[in-house]
Design a protein around this ligand. Structure first.
Ligand code: ZN
Length: 236
């Protein structure tokens, strides 16, 4: 049994699409996992198959390595984000910049389900787009959280999983640059046209950096990162 394959947490957003390319460059077998837990993410989830097919068509090695896609329904998370929010926590979230759909510890839950699936699929590596550099305030994106979780999962499942977070210490401009380095302009174009990171989940207007409301924290980060990336590309 070989465990040199990877499972990528793949929502269909910019970060997870970049992580999928990163994994396809490194691992002989790559499977993807999406979580279905509220309406906001339908736009992202619906685009996943298209992103996977397009990326496989970009590169023969990626085509060979890309394996199965999995979707896990986590209705309970939707229940927490939709019904458990009191007015006072809503105001606190708005002040702190966290979206109202925020579910505390969401990434811990995602990675735990991912590890359970990776165990069954004999995949030794789990890849996620968590980032501490310009994260939107999610404490479970922090490197210490991920490292602690790796230890907990390995103890709790008696396996040797390695949790990879290739975006942990880079900013959004560098995430765009990473996509370009991995997949060239076709991957950058695919990310602009077909990935969604907007908190509102609407396609909205087409900006230079892609689709989205243009004003939520996720759109703001994506737009600023893209502008910096383009400015640096011109300067080179
Ligand atoms: Zn937005």
């Amino acid at each position: 049994m070989s465990d040199d394959g990877a499972l990528v947490l793949f929502s269909g957003g910019q970060d997870s699409t970049t992580c999928l390319a990163w994994a396809l460059e490194r691992f002989p077998r790559v499977e993807t996992l999406g979580f279905d837990y509220n309406q906001r993410h339908r736009v992202e989830l619906d685009g996943r198959a298209h992103l996977r097919e397009t990326m496989a068509a970009m590169n023969p090695a990626w085509f060979r390595r890309l394996g199965r896609d999995h979707t896990i329904s986590l209705d309970a998370l939707g229940k927490i984000s939709e019904t458990s929010l009191t007015r006072s926590t809503e105001i606190a979230f708005e002040a702190g910049g966290l979206p109202n759909t925020f579910v505390p510890g969401r990434n811990i839950i995602f990675l735990t389900f991912a590890a359970a699936l990776a165990y069954r699929r004999s995949l030794g590596h789990i890849v996620g787009g968590m980032c501490e550099t310009d994260y939107s305030g999610y404490p479970d994106c922090r490197d210490d959280t991920i490292k602690a979780l790796q230890v907990a999962l390995n103890l709790g499942m008696d396996r040797r999983f390695v949790l990879h977070t290739p975006l942990m210490w880079i900013d959004k401009a560098e995430t765009w640059k990473m996509a370009k380095d991995l997949g060239g302009q076709p991957l950058v174009d695919l990310i602009v046209e077909d990935t969604h990171t907007c908190y509102l989940g609407t396609r909205g207007e087409r900006h230079a950096w892609g689709y989205g409301c243009g004003t939520c924290p996720a759109c703001d980060l994506r737009a600023k990162g893209h502008a910096k990336f383009m400015a640096e590309a011109v300067a080179e």
